[in-house]
Design a protein around this ligand. Structure first.
Ligand code: AMP
Ligand code: MG
Length: 601
Protein backbone atom coordinates (compact mmCIF):
# COMPACT_ATOMS: atom_id res chain seq x y z
CA UNK A 1 0.00 0.00 0.00
CA UNK A 2 1.21 3.47 -0.78
CA UNK A 3 2.49 5.79 1.80
CA UNK A 4 -0.46 6.86 3.84
CA UNK A 5 0.29 10.59 3.97
CA UNK A 6 0.78 10.76 0.26
CA UNK A 7 -2.48 8.99 -0.36
CA UNK A 8 -4.28 11.26 2.06
CA UNK A 9 -2.97 14.23 0.14
CA UNK A 10 -4.01 12.57 -3.06
CA UNK A 11 -7.45 11.99 -1.60
CA UNK A 12 -7.82 15.55 -0.45
CA UNK A 13 -6.95 16.85 -3.84
CA UNK A 14 -9.25 14.37 -5.51
CA UNK A 15 -12.32 15.09 -3.50
CA UNK A 16 -13.91 17.46 -1.42
CA UNK A 17 -16.90 15.82 0.31
CA UNK A 18 -21.32 16.53 2.42
CA UNK A 19 -23.92 16.63 4.93
CA UNK A 20 -27.27 15.36 3.93
CA UNK A 21 -29.75 18.08 4.51
CA UNK A 22 -33.34 16.99 4.08
CA UNK A 23 -34.49 17.68 0.56
CA UNK A 24 -36.95 20.42 0.23
CA UNK A 25 -40.42 19.09 -0.08
CA UNK A 26 -42.87 21.37 -1.67
CA UNK A 27 -45.77 19.00 -1.70
CA UNK A 28 -48.98 19.87 -0.01
CA UNK A 29 -52.00 17.75 0.60
CA UNK A 30 -54.24 19.83 -1.53
CA UNK A 31 -56.26 17.67 -3.80
CA UNK A 32 -56.49 18.68 -7.38
CA UNK A 33 -60.09 19.84 -7.40
CA UNK A 34 -59.38 23.29 -8.45
CA UNK A 35 -61.15 24.59 -11.34
CA UNK A 36 -64.76 24.68 -11.87
CA UNK A 37 -67.13 25.41 -14.53
CA UNK A 38 -65.69 27.21 -17.41
CA UNK A 39 -65.16 24.39 -19.79
CA UNK A 40 -67.32 26.15 -22.34
CA UNK A 41 -64.92 29.03 -22.36
CA UNK A 42 -62.05 26.78 -23.10
CA UNK A 43 -61.34 26.80 -26.77
CA UNK A 44 -57.66 25.89 -26.87
CA UNK A 45 -57.20 28.87 -29.06
CA UNK A 46 -54.16 30.93 -28.93
CA UNK A 47 -55.16 34.11 -27.18
CA UNK A 48 -51.90 36.01 -27.24
CA UNK A 49 -50.51 38.39 -24.70
CA UNK A 50 -53.85 40.13 -24.24
CA UNK A 51 -54.83 37.19 -22.15
CA UNK A 52 -52.82 38.73 -19.35
CA UNK A 53 -55.73 40.77 -18.07
CA UNK A 54 -58.11 37.90 -17.60
CA UNK A 55 -55.72 35.02 -17.15
CA UNK A 56 -55.74 35.27 -13.41
CA UNK A 57 -59.46 34.66 -13.26
CA UNK A 58 -59.62 32.22 -16.10
CA UNK A 59 -58.98 28.64 -15.37
CA UNK A 60 -59.35 25.51 -17.29
CA UNK A 61 -61.31 22.54 -16.24
CA UNK A 62 -59.65 19.67 -14.47
CA UNK A 63 -60.99 16.24 -13.72
CA UNK A 64 -63.51 16.24 -10.88
CA UNK A 65 -62.66 13.18 -8.88
CA UNK A 66 -59.78 10.87 -9.51
CA UNK A 67 -59.34 7.35 -8.37
CA UNK A 68 -55.57 6.95 -8.19
CA UNK A 69 -55.63 3.16 -7.95
CA UNK A 70 -57.74 2.35 -10.98
CA UNK A 71 -55.85 4.68 -13.29
CA UNK A 72 -58.99 6.79 -13.64
CA UNK A 73 -57.05 9.67 -12.24
CA UNK A 74 -55.45 10.12 -15.62
CA UNK A 75 -56.89 12.65 -17.99
CA UNK A 76 -57.61 10.90 -21.26
CA UNK A 77 -58.45 13.84 -23.41
CA UNK A 78 -56.18 16.84 -23.50
CA UNK A 79 -59.27 19.01 -23.74
CA UNK A 80 -59.90 18.26 -20.07
CA UNK A 81 -56.48 19.42 -18.97
CA UNK A 82 -55.61 22.95 -17.91
CA UNK A 83 -53.25 25.11 -15.93
CA UNK A 84 -53.92 26.03 -12.30
CA UNK A 85 -56.50 28.69 -11.60
CA UNK A 86 -53.90 30.73 -9.81
CA UNK A 87 -50.74 31.47 -11.73
CA UNK A 88 -48.49 32.57 -8.89
CA UNK A 89 -45.65 34.06 -10.87
CA UNK A 90 -47.96 36.10 -13.02
CA UNK A 91 -49.97 37.28 -10.04
CA UNK A 92 -47.04 38.06 -7.80
CA UNK A 93 -44.46 39.83 -9.89
CA UNK A 94 -44.33 42.94 -12.01
CA UNK A 95 -44.39 42.03 -15.70
CA UNK A 96 -42.49 43.94 -18.36
CA UNK A 97 -45.12 46.30 -19.85
CA UNK A 98 -43.64 46.01 -23.36
CA UNK A 99 -45.60 43.38 -25.29
CA UNK A 100 -43.71 43.51 -28.57
CA UNK A 101 -41.22 40.72 -29.03
CA UNK A 102 -37.81 42.19 -29.75
CA UNK A 103 -34.45 41.87 -28.05
CA UNK A 104 -34.01 44.47 -25.33
CA UNK A 105 -32.78 45.26 -21.85
CA UNK A 106 -35.56 44.98 -19.30
CA UNK A 107 -35.75 46.63 -15.89
CA UNK A 108 -38.02 46.37 -12.86
CA UNK A 109 -39.65 43.16 -14.06
CA UNK A 110 -38.93 39.46 -13.73
CA UNK A 111 -40.83 38.33 -16.78
CA UNK A 112 -41.80 39.44 -20.24
CA UNK A 113 -44.92 38.16 -21.93
CA UNK A 114 -43.93 36.40 -25.12
CA UNK A 115 -45.63 33.97 -27.44
CA UNK A 116 -43.86 30.86 -28.68
CA UNK A 117 -43.19 31.08 -32.41
CA UNK A 118 -45.20 28.52 -34.38
CA UNK A 119 -43.29 26.24 -36.74
CA UNK A 120 -43.77 26.55 -40.48
CA UNK A 121 -43.57 22.84 -41.10
CA UNK A 122 -45.40 19.88 -39.63
CA UNK A 123 -44.37 18.89 -36.12
CA UNK A 124 -44.48 15.47 -34.54
CA UNK A 125 -44.03 14.13 -31.05
CA UNK A 126 -41.13 11.74 -31.44
CA UNK A 127 -40.65 10.76 -27.80
CA UNK A 128 -42.53 11.21 -24.57
CA UNK A 129 -41.98 10.21 -21.00
CA UNK A 130 -45.16 8.34 -20.05
CA UNK A 131 -44.02 8.57 -16.49
CA UNK A 132 -43.89 12.38 -16.50
CA UNK A 133 -47.20 12.58 -18.35
CA UNK A 134 -48.87 10.34 -15.80
CA UNK A 135 -47.13 11.11 -12.54
CA UNK A 136 -46.71 14.85 -12.94
CA UNK A 137 -49.20 16.01 -15.52
CA UNK A 138 -52.01 13.53 -14.72
CA UNK A 139 -52.23 12.81 -18.45
CA UNK A 140 -52.92 9.48 -20.08
CA UNK A 141 -50.02 8.67 -22.46
CA UNK A 142 -52.46 8.42 -25.35
CA UNK A 143 -52.86 12.20 -25.40
CA UNK A 144 -49.64 12.43 -27.39
CA UNK A 145 -51.62 11.36 -30.44
CA UNK A 146 -53.99 14.29 -30.15
CA UNK A 147 -53.44 17.14 -32.53
CA UNK A 148 -54.23 19.67 -29.84
CA UNK A 149 -51.60 18.23 -27.51
CA UNK A 150 -49.01 18.25 -30.28
CA UNK A 151 -49.81 21.86 -31.07
CA UNK A 152 -49.43 22.68 -27.36
CA UNK A 153 -46.08 21.00 -26.82
CA UNK A 154 -44.59 22.47 -29.99
CA UNK A 155 -45.63 26.02 -29.14
CA UNK A 156 -47.91 26.19 -32.17
CA UNK A 157 -50.80 27.03 -29.90
CA UNK A 158 -51.23 28.37 -26.40
CA UNK A 159 -54.02 27.26 -24.11
CA UNK A 160 -56.91 29.62 -23.73
CA UNK A 161 -56.26 32.07 -20.95
CA UNK A 162 -52.62 31.20 -20.41
CA UNK A 163 -49.92 33.82 -20.58
CA UNK A 164 -46.50 32.54 -21.66
CA UNK A 165 -43.57 34.24 -19.98
CA UNK A 166 -39.85 34.50 -20.51
CA UNK A 167 -37.77 35.08 -17.43
CA UNK A 168 -35.22 37.87 -17.12
CA UNK A 169 -32.07 36.79 -15.35
CA UNK A 170 -28.36 37.52 -15.41
CA UNK A 171 -25.32 35.48 -14.62
CA UNK A 172 -21.63 34.89 -14.30
CA UNK A 173 -20.47 32.93 -17.31
CA UNK A 174 -17.02 31.36 -17.00
CA UNK A 175 -16.51 33.54 -13.93
CA UNK A 176 -17.24 36.88 -15.63
CA UNK A 177 -20.38 38.93 -15.15
CA UNK A 178 -22.43 38.82 -18.34
CA UNK A 179 -25.21 41.20 -17.42
CA UNK A 180 -28.68 40.36 -18.66
CA UNK A 181 -29.14 36.86 -20.13
CA UNK A 182 -32.64 35.50 -19.58
CA UNK A 183 -34.73 32.84 -21.28
CA UNK A 184 -33.41 33.31 -24.79
CA UNK A 185 -35.23 30.34 -26.19
CA UNK A 186 -37.51 29.19 -23.43
CA UNK A 187 -41.00 30.21 -22.46
CA UNK A 188 -42.87 29.29 -19.35
CA UNK A 189 -46.31 28.22 -20.48
CA UNK A 190 -47.88 28.15 -17.04
CA UNK A 191 -48.08 26.48 -13.65
CA UNK A 192 -49.87 23.19 -13.23
CA UNK A 193 -51.06 21.79 -9.90
CA UNK A 194 -51.40 18.04 -10.11
CA UNK A 195 -53.52 15.59 -8.19
CA UNK A 196 -50.87 15.32 -5.48
CA UNK A 197 -51.00 19.06 -4.99
CA UNK A 198 -47.56 19.59 -6.51
CA UNK A 199 -47.14 22.79 -8.48
CA UNK A 200 -44.99 22.45 -11.59
CA UNK A 201 -43.82 25.10 -14.04
CA UNK A 202 -43.99 23.99 -17.67
CA UNK A 203 -41.49 25.38 -20.11
CA UNK A 204 -40.91 24.96 -23.80
CA UNK A 205 -37.27 25.07 -24.82
CA UNK A 206 -36.53 25.92 -28.44
CA UNK A 207 -39.78 27.77 -29.03
CA UNK A 208 -38.43 30.85 -30.75
CA UNK A 209 -37.25 34.38 -30.15
CA UNK A 210 -37.81 36.18 -26.88
CA UNK A 211 -36.71 39.58 -25.57
CA UNK A 212 -33.72 37.72 -24.10
CA UNK A 213 -32.54 35.98 -27.28
CA UNK A 214 -29.59 38.36 -27.63
CA UNK A 215 -27.89 37.26 -30.87
CA UNK A 216 -29.54 33.83 -30.93
CA UNK A 217 -32.46 32.56 -32.98
CA UNK A 218 -34.46 31.20 -30.05
CA UNK A 219 -34.47 27.72 -31.49
CA UNK A 220 -32.91 24.44 -30.38
CA UNK A 221 -31.74 21.68 -32.68
CA UNK A 222 -32.67 18.03 -32.55
CA UNK A 223 -29.35 16.72 -31.20
CA UNK A 224 -29.31 19.02 -28.16
CA UNK A 225 -33.02 18.45 -27.52
CA UNK A 226 -32.57 14.66 -27.57
CA UNK A 227 -29.74 15.07 -25.07
CA UNK A 228 -31.74 17.29 -22.71
CA UNK A 229 -34.82 15.08 -22.96
CA UNK A 230 -32.91 11.88 -22.20
CA UNK A 231 -30.55 13.25 -19.61
CA UNK A 232 -33.24 14.89 -17.50
CA UNK A 233 -34.99 11.56 -17.19
CA UNK A 234 -31.76 9.60 -16.74
CA UNK A 235 -30.63 11.88 -13.90
CA UNK A 236 -34.00 11.63 -12.18
CA UNK A 237 -33.74 7.85 -12.17
CA UNK A 238 -30.19 8.03 -10.87
CA UNK A 239 -31.58 9.90 -7.89
CA UNK A 240 -30.03 13.24 -8.82
CA UNK A 241 -32.26 16.30 -8.32
CA UNK A 242 -33.17 17.58 -11.78
CA UNK A 243 -35.71 19.23 -14.00
CA UNK A 244 -37.85 16.73 -15.91
CA UNK A 245 -38.80 16.33 -19.55
CA UNK A 246 -42.23 15.34 -20.84
CA UNK A 247 -42.02 15.41 -24.61
CA UNK A 248 -39.67 15.87 -27.52
CA UNK A 249 -41.07 17.23 -30.74
CA UNK A 250 -39.30 17.76 -34.02
CA UNK A 251 -40.12 19.91 -37.02
CA UNK A 252 -38.64 20.28 -40.49
CA UNK A 253 -37.97 23.96 -39.91
CA UNK A 254 -34.33 24.58 -40.71
CA UNK A 255 -32.07 25.80 -37.93
CA UNK A 256 -28.53 26.76 -38.89
CA UNK A 257 -25.70 25.84 -36.52
CA UNK A 258 -21.94 25.85 -36.77
CA UNK A 259 -21.63 22.93 -34.37
CA UNK A 260 -17.93 23.25 -33.64
CA UNK A 261 -17.56 26.94 -34.38
CA UNK A 262 -15.11 26.13 -37.16
CA UNK A 263 -16.76 27.85 -40.10
CA UNK A 264 -18.93 24.92 -41.18
CA UNK A 265 -22.52 25.96 -40.53
CA UNK A 266 -25.07 23.30 -41.34
CA UNK A 267 -28.82 23.08 -41.62
CA UNK A 268 -30.33 21.11 -38.75
CA UNK A 269 -33.91 20.48 -37.62
CA UNK A 270 -35.65 22.60 -35.02
CA UNK A 271 -36.95 20.68 -32.00
CA UNK A 272 -38.71 21.54 -28.76
CA UNK A 273 -38.65 19.92 -25.34
CA UNK A 274 -41.48 20.37 -22.88
CA UNK A 275 -39.60 20.50 -19.61
CA UNK A 276 -40.78 20.87 -16.05
CA UNK A 277 -39.43 22.02 -12.73
CA UNK A 278 -41.00 23.13 -9.49
CA UNK A 279 -39.15 26.36 -10.08
CA UNK A 280 -36.81 27.60 -12.78
CA UNK A 281 -35.32 30.40 -10.66
CA UNK A 282 -31.55 30.46 -10.73
CA UNK A 283 -28.76 32.22 -8.87
CA UNK A 284 -28.71 34.58 -11.87
CA UNK A 285 -32.38 35.46 -11.20
CA UNK A 286 -31.23 37.24 -8.03
CA UNK A 287 -27.91 38.48 -9.37
CA UNK A 288 -29.46 40.67 -12.03
CA UNK A 289 -31.65 42.42 -9.46
CA UNK A 290 -28.77 43.00 -7.09
CA UNK A 291 -26.52 44.22 -9.91
CA UNK A 292 -29.15 46.74 -11.04
CA UNK A 293 -30.03 47.78 -7.49
CA UNK A 294 -33.63 46.68 -7.91
CA UNK A 295 -33.65 45.89 -4.22
CA UNK A 296 -37.40 45.97 -3.72
CA UNK A 297 -37.91 43.37 -6.42
CA UNK A 298 -34.97 41.35 -5.12
CA UNK A 299 -36.62 41.20 -1.70
CA UNK A 300 -39.95 40.30 -3.24
CA UNK A 301 -38.39 37.44 -5.19
CA UNK A 302 -36.40 36.04 -2.27
CA UNK A 303 -39.46 36.25 -0.01
CA UNK A 304 -41.51 34.43 -2.64
CA UNK A 305 -38.94 31.66 -3.06
CA UNK A 306 -38.71 31.12 0.69
CA UNK A 307 -42.48 31.07 1.09
CA UNK A 308 -43.07 28.70 -1.81
CA UNK A 309 -40.13 26.33 -1.68
CA UNK A 310 -38.57 26.63 1.76
CA UNK A 311 -41.77 26.34 3.71
CA UNK A 312 -40.12 25.25 6.96
CA UNK A 313 -38.09 28.43 7.01
CA UNK A 314 -41.11 30.53 6.16
CA UNK A 315 -43.24 28.97 8.87
CA UNK A 316 -40.74 28.83 11.68
CA UNK A 317 -38.56 31.92 11.37
CA UNK A 318 -39.11 35.62 11.59
CA UNK A 319 -38.45 37.65 8.48
CA UNK A 320 -35.03 38.88 9.60
CA UNK A 321 -33.74 35.37 10.20
CA UNK A 322 -35.09 33.77 7.06
CA UNK A 323 -32.49 34.93 4.57
CA UNK A 324 -29.53 33.42 6.38
CA UNK A 325 -31.22 30.07 6.83
CA UNK A 326 -32.32 30.12 3.21
CA UNK A 327 -28.73 30.73 2.17
CA UNK A 328 -27.54 27.98 4.44
CA UNK A 329 -30.06 25.53 2.92
CA UNK A 330 -29.04 26.40 -0.63
CA UNK A 331 -25.40 25.90 0.35
CA UNK A 332 -26.13 22.41 1.72
CA UNK A 333 -28.39 21.40 -1.12
CA UNK A 334 -26.00 22.60 -3.80
CA UNK A 335 -23.19 20.69 -2.12
CA UNK A 336 -25.40 17.62 -2.12
CA UNK A 337 -26.35 18.02 -5.78
CA UNK A 338 -22.71 18.29 -6.80
CA UNK A 339 -21.72 15.31 -4.65
CA UNK A 340 -24.38 13.33 -6.51
CA UNK A 341 -23.06 14.55 -9.87
CA UNK A 342 -19.58 13.39 -8.90
CA UNK A 343 -20.89 10.04 -7.72
CA UNK A 344 -22.30 9.18 -11.16
CA UNK A 345 -19.39 10.66 -13.11
CA UNK A 346 -21.48 13.54 -14.46
CA UNK A 347 -20.00 16.83 -15.59
CA UNK A 348 -22.53 19.58 -16.40
CA UNK A 349 -20.28 21.39 -18.83
CA UNK A 350 -21.55 24.95 -18.32
CA UNK A 351 -21.67 25.65 -14.59
CA UNK A 352 -22.47 29.33 -14.96
CA UNK A 353 -24.51 30.96 -12.21
CA UNK A 354 -27.44 31.28 -14.61
CA UNK A 355 -27.45 27.49 -14.92
CA UNK A 356 -27.44 26.91 -11.15
CA UNK A 357 -30.92 26.45 -9.73
CA UNK A 358 -31.97 28.01 -6.44
CA UNK A 359 -33.71 24.73 -5.67
CA UNK A 360 -30.43 22.91 -6.34
CA UNK A 361 -31.76 20.82 -9.14
CA UNK A 362 -29.74 20.11 -12.28
CA UNK A 363 -30.99 22.38 -15.07
CA UNK A 364 -30.11 23.54 -18.58
CA UNK A 365 -28.55 20.44 -20.02
CA UNK A 366 -26.12 21.38 -22.77
CA UNK A 367 -22.63 20.01 -23.39
CA UNK A 368 -22.72 17.71 -20.36
CA UNK A 369 -21.03 14.34 -20.21
CA UNK A 370 -20.80 11.16 -18.20
CA UNK A 371 -17.24 9.95 -17.97
CA UNK A 372 -16.31 6.69 -19.58
CA UNK A 373 -12.72 6.16 -18.37
CA UNK A 374 -12.12 7.73 -15.02
CA UNK A 375 -10.34 11.02 -15.52
CA UNK A 376 -10.64 13.78 -12.93
CA UNK A 377 -9.73 16.30 -15.62
CA UNK A 378 -12.65 15.26 -17.81
CA UNK A 379 -14.03 18.28 -19.70
CA UNK A 380 -17.27 17.48 -21.53
CA UNK A 381 -17.58 20.83 -23.31
CA UNK A 382 -15.12 21.45 -26.17
CA UNK A 383 -15.80 25.18 -25.82
CA UNK A 384 -14.35 25.07 -22.27
CA UNK A 385 -10.73 25.70 -23.31
CA UNK A 386 -9.28 26.08 -19.85
CA UNK A 387 -11.23 23.27 -18.23
CA UNK A 388 -12.84 25.67 -15.79
CA UNK A 389 -15.86 23.35 -15.59
CA UNK A 390 -13.99 20.05 -15.61
CA UNK A 391 -15.35 17.16 -13.54
CA UNK A 392 -12.87 17.71 -10.71
CA UNK A 393 -13.53 21.45 -10.60
CA UNK A 394 -17.28 21.16 -10.07
CA UNK A 395 -17.20 21.21 -6.26
CA UNK A 396 -15.09 24.39 -6.35
CA UNK A 397 -17.32 25.93 -8.98
CA UNK A 398 -20.27 25.25 -6.68
CA UNK A 399 -18.50 27.31 -4.04
CA UNK A 400 -17.82 30.12 -6.50
CA UNK A 401 -21.47 30.18 -7.56
CA UNK A 402 -22.70 30.17 -3.98
CA UNK A 403 -20.41 33.09 -3.30
CA UNK A 404 -22.21 34.94 -6.10
CA UNK A 405 -25.48 34.04 -4.43
CA UNK A 406 -24.09 35.47 -1.20
CA UNK A 407 -23.28 38.73 -2.99
CA UNK A 408 -26.74 38.84 -4.54
CA UNK A 409 -28.43 38.43 -1.15
CA UNK A 410 -26.19 40.97 0.58
CA UNK A 411 -28.42 44.02 -0.12
CA UNK A 412 -31.14 42.41 2.00
CA UNK A 413 -28.92 41.84 5.02
CA UNK A 414 -27.40 43.77 7.88
CA UNK A 415 -23.64 44.08 8.28
CA UNK A 416 -23.71 41.43 10.98
CA UNK A 417 -25.72 39.03 8.81
CA UNK A 418 -23.37 39.55 5.90
CA UNK A 419 -20.54 38.44 8.12
CA UNK A 420 -22.56 35.39 9.12
CA UNK A 421 -23.09 34.53 5.46
CA UNK A 422 -19.36 34.29 4.92
CA UNK A 423 -19.20 31.93 7.90
CA UNK A 424 -21.98 29.78 6.44
CA UNK A 425 -20.15 29.56 3.14
CA UNK A 426 -16.99 28.45 4.91
CA UNK A 427 -18.88 25.30 5.90
CA UNK A 428 -19.41 24.30 2.27
CA UNK A 429 -16.22 22.21 1.82
CA UNK A 430 -17.00 20.13 4.90
CA UNK A 431 -20.63 19.70 3.97
CA UNK A 432 -19.55 18.59 0.53
CA UNK A 433 -16.91 16.21 1.86
CA UNK A 434 -19.26 14.59 4.35
CA UNK A 435 -21.94 14.02 1.73
CA UNK A 436 -19.54 12.81 -0.90
CA UNK A 437 -17.91 10.38 1.50
CA UNK A 438 -21.31 9.11 2.58
CA UNK A 439 -22.18 8.35 -1.05
CA UNK A 440 -18.81 6.74 -1.69
CA UNK A 441 -19.31 4.43 1.28
CA UNK A 442 -22.62 3.38 -0.21
CA UNK A 443 -21.01 2.86 -3.59
CA UNK A 444 -18.37 0.64 -2.00
CA UNK A 445 -20.96 -1.23 0.07
CA UNK A 446 -19.41 -0.17 3.39
CA UNK A 447 -21.49 -0.12 6.53
CA UNK A 448 -20.70 2.32 9.32
CA UNK A 449 -17.90 4.86 9.16
CA UNK A 450 -14.22 4.20 9.60
CA UNK A 451 -11.33 6.57 9.45
CA UNK A 452 -9.61 4.75 6.62
CA UNK A 453 -12.65 4.69 4.33
CA UNK A 454 -11.49 7.83 2.54
CA UNK A 455 -8.12 6.20 1.97
CA UNK A 456 -9.76 3.11 0.56
CA UNK A 457 -11.67 5.27 -1.91
CA UNK A 458 -8.59 7.33 -2.74
CA UNK A 459 -6.55 4.29 -3.66
CA UNK A 460 -9.35 2.96 -5.80
CA UNK A 461 -9.50 6.30 -7.63
CA UNK A 462 -5.74 6.32 -7.99
CA UNK A 463 -5.85 2.90 -9.65
CA UNK A 464 -8.73 3.99 -11.86
CA UNK A 465 -6.84 7.09 -12.95
CA UNK A 466 -3.66 5.19 -13.70
CA UNK A 467 -5.39 2.40 -15.63
CA UNK A 468 -8.13 4.57 -17.19
CA UNK A 469 -10.72 2.16 -15.86
CA UNK A 470 -14.36 2.78 -16.68
CA UNK A 471 -15.93 4.86 -13.91
CA UNK A 472 -19.48 3.51 -14.01
CA UNK A 473 -18.64 -0.13 -14.55
CA UNK A 474 -15.80 -0.31 -12.03
CA UNK A 475 -18.26 0.40 -9.24
CA UNK A 476 -20.95 -1.71 -10.81
CA UNK A 477 -18.71 -4.72 -11.22
CA UNK A 478 -17.32 -4.33 -7.74
CA UNK A 479 -20.93 -5.00 -6.69
CA UNK A 480 -20.84 -8.26 -8.57
CA UNK A 481 -17.84 -9.74 -6.80
CA UNK A 482 -18.34 -12.04 -3.84
CA UNK A 483 -16.24 -11.65 -0.74
CA UNK A 484 -14.35 -14.81 -1.67
CA UNK A 485 -13.57 -13.49 -5.11
CA UNK A 486 -12.39 -10.23 -3.58
CA UNK A 487 -10.15 -11.97 -1.09
CA UNK A 488 -8.63 -14.29 -3.64
CA UNK A 489 -8.47 -11.67 -6.38
CA UNK A 490 -10.31 -14.01 -8.74
CA UNK A 491 -11.89 -11.76 -11.29
CA UNK A 492 -14.18 -13.44 -13.83
CA UNK A 493 -13.38 -12.46 -17.40
CA UNK A 494 -16.73 -10.73 -18.03
CA UNK A 495 -15.92 -8.13 -15.36
CA UNK A 496 -13.98 -6.10 -17.92
CA UNK A 497 -13.77 -2.88 -15.93
CA UNK A 498 -12.26 -4.54 -12.85
CA UNK A 499 -9.93 -6.46 -15.14
CA UNK A 500 -8.58 -3.09 -16.31
CA UNK A 501 -7.50 -2.39 -12.74
CA UNK A 502 -5.94 -5.80 -12.25
CA UNK A 503 -2.41 -5.02 -13.50
CA UNK A 504 -2.11 -2.10 -11.08
CA UNK A 505 0.56 -2.54 -8.41
CA UNK A 506 -1.89 -1.72 -5.61
CA UNK A 507 -4.67 -3.98 -6.87
CA UNK A 508 -4.22 -7.18 -4.86
CA UNK A 509 -3.39 -5.37 -1.65
CA UNK A 510 -6.34 -3.04 -2.13
CA UNK A 511 -8.70 -5.98 -2.54
CA UNK A 512 -7.41 -7.43 0.72
CA UNK A 513 -7.87 -4.21 2.65
CA UNK A 514 -11.28 -3.73 1.07
CA UNK A 515 -12.50 -7.21 1.94
CA UNK A 516 -11.17 -6.87 5.49
CA UNK A 517 -13.13 -3.66 5.80
CA UNK A 518 -16.26 -5.42 4.53
CA UNK A 519 -15.75 -8.13 7.15
CA UNK A 520 -15.75 -5.61 9.99
CA UNK A 521 -19.51 -5.71 9.96
CA UNK A 522 -20.30 -9.22 11.07
CA UNK A 523 -24.01 -8.71 10.64
CA UNK A 524 -23.55 -7.85 6.99
CA UNK A 525 -24.25 -10.56 4.52
CA UNK A 526 -22.52 -10.89 1.17
CA UNK A 527 -25.71 -11.17 -0.86
CA UNK A 528 -27.21 -8.18 0.90
CA UNK A 529 -24.09 -6.14 0.34
CA UNK A 530 -24.06 -6.99 -3.36
CA UNK A 531 -27.74 -6.13 -3.68
CA UNK A 532 -27.15 -2.85 -1.84
CA UNK A 533 -24.27 -1.97 -4.11
CA UNK A 534 -26.19 -2.87 -7.25
CA UNK A 535 -28.99 -0.57 -6.18
CA UNK A 536 -26.46 2.26 -5.76
CA UNK A 537 -24.12 1.75 -8.70
CA UNK A 538 -25.91 2.13 -12.03
CA UNK A 539 -25.19 -0.20 -14.91
CA UNK A 540 -26.38 2.37 -17.45
CA UNK A 541 -25.74 6.09 -17.69
CA UNK A 542 -26.25 8.30 -20.74
CA UNK A 543 -22.77 7.97 -22.17
CA UNK A 544 -21.97 10.34 -25.01
CA UNK A 545 -21.66 7.58 -27.54
CA UNK A 546 -25.08 6.20 -26.60
CA UNK A 547 -26.70 9.61 -27.03
CA UNK A 548 -24.77 10.13 -30.27
CA UNK A 549 -25.85 6.81 -31.71
CA UNK A 550 -29.50 7.63 -30.93
CA UNK A 551 -29.09 11.14 -32.39
CA UNK A 552 -27.60 9.86 -35.66
CA UNK A 553 -30.65 7.66 -36.14
CA UNK A 554 -33.02 10.42 -35.03
CA UNK A 555 -31.55 12.71 -37.65
CA UNK A 556 -32.65 10.10 -40.18
CA UNK A 557 -36.10 10.09 -38.64
CA UNK A 558 -35.61 6.88 -36.69
CA UNK A 559 -36.42 7.51 -33.04
CA UNK A 560 -36.27 3.89 -31.93
CA UNK A 561 -33.00 4.31 -30.07
CA UNK A 562 -34.15 7.49 -28.31
CA UNK A 563 -37.13 5.52 -27.05
CA UNK A 564 -35.01 2.53 -26.11
CA UNK A 565 -32.58 4.74 -24.20
CA UNK A 566 -35.41 6.38 -22.32
CA UNK A 567 -36.69 2.96 -21.30
CA UNK A 568 -33.26 1.67 -20.30
CA UNK A 569 -32.30 4.78 -18.37
CA UNK A 570 -35.55 4.70 -16.43
CA UNK A 571 -34.17 1.55 -14.82
CA UNK A 572 -30.44 2.17 -14.64
CA UNK A 573 -29.74 -0.33 -11.87
CA UNK A 574 -31.31 -3.33 -13.56
CA UNK A 575 -29.56 -5.38 -16.20
CA UNK A 576 -31.68 -5.34 -19.34
CA UNK A 577 -31.42 -7.67 -22.29
CA UNK A 578 -32.09 -5.05 -24.96
CA UNK A 579 -29.54 -2.72 -23.40
CA UNK A 580 -26.90 -5.42 -23.31
CA UNK A 581 -27.54 -6.21 -26.99
CA UNK A 582 -26.83 -2.57 -27.79
CA UNK A 583 -23.59 -2.78 -25.85
CA UNK A 584 -24.68 -0.30 -23.17
CA UNK A 585 -23.08 -2.49 -20.48
CA UNK A 586 -19.91 -3.14 -22.50
CA UNK A 587 -16.63 -1.36 -22.98
CA UNK A 588 -17.49 1.83 -24.93
CA UNK A 589 -16.65 1.58 -28.64
CA UNK A 590 -13.38 3.07 -29.89
CA UNK A 591 -15.21 5.90 -31.70
CA UNK A 592 -16.60 7.11 -28.34
CA UNK A 593 -13.17 8.55 -27.55
CA UNK A 594 -13.33 10.93 -30.51
CA UNK A 595 -16.73 12.39 -29.70
CA UNK A 596 -16.94 16.06 -28.92
CA UNK A 597 -19.80 18.17 -27.63
CA UNK A 598 -19.88 21.94 -27.86
CA UNK A 599 -22.08 24.72 -26.53
CA UNK A 600 -23.79 24.97 -29.91
CA UNK A 601 -27.31 23.74 -29.47
P1 AMP B 1 -27.05 28.25 -22.05
O1 AMP B 1 -25.59 28.15 -22.23
O2 AMP B 1 -27.84 27.32 -22.93
O3 AMP B 1 -27.48 28.20 -20.63
O4 AMP B 1 -27.46 29.69 -22.60
C1 AMP B 1 -26.93 30.89 -22.13
C2 AMP B 1 -27.84 32.01 -22.52
O5 AMP B 1 -27.95 32.08 -23.95
C3 AMP B 1 -29.26 31.86 -22.02
O6 AMP B 1 -29.74 33.15 -21.77
C4 AMP B 1 -29.95 31.22 -23.19
O7 AMP B 1 -31.34 31.40 -23.17
C5 AMP B 1 -29.29 31.91 -24.36
N1 AMP B 1 -29.33 31.11 -25.58
C6 AMP B 1 -28.69 29.95 -25.82
N2 AMP B 1 -28.98 29.50 -27.04
C7 AMP B 1 -29.81 30.40 -27.62
C8 AMP B 1 -30.48 30.51 -28.88
N3 AMP B 1 -30.35 29.57 -29.82
N4 AMP B 1 -31.26 31.57 -29.08
C9 AMP B 1 -31.41 32.52 -28.16
N5 AMP B 1 -30.82 32.49 -26.96
C10 AMP B 1 -30.04 31.44 -26.69
MG1 MG C 1 -28.81 28.27 -19.41
Amino acid sequence: MANKTLMTLCLLSLFYMVKNDPQNEFESDVDGELCSNIEEERKHLYTGPDALQDSTQTCTKRRKSRDTKSGDHLIRSFEDWGFAADQLLLQTFPIDPERKNYVRQVRDALFSVVEPTPFNTRVKVVAASDEVLQDILDLHPDVVHEEMFQAFVSGNTVLYGSTPLSHRYGGHQFASWSGQLGDGRAVMLGEYVNRKGERWELQLKGSGLTPYSRRGDGRAVLRSSVREFLCSEAMYHLGVPTSRAATLIVSDDPVIRDQFYNGHPKKERGAVVLRLAKSWFRIGSLEILAANQETQLLKQLVDFIIKQYFTDIYETLSEVDRYLTFFSDVVSQTAEMIALWQSVGFAHGVCNTDNFSLLSITIDYGPFGFMDSYNPEFIPNTSDDTGMYSYQNQPDVGLFNLDKLREALAPLLTEQQRFQMTKILELYPDIYKTKYMEILRRKMGLLGEEEDDAMLAAVLFKMMTDTKADFTMTFRQLSELSLNQLENATIPSHLWAIRTLQPHEYFTRWLQVYSQRLRHHKEDNDEERKARMEATNPRYVLRNWMAESAIRKAEKDDFSEVKLLLKVLQNPYVKQEEAEKQGYGSLPPEWAKKLRVSCSS
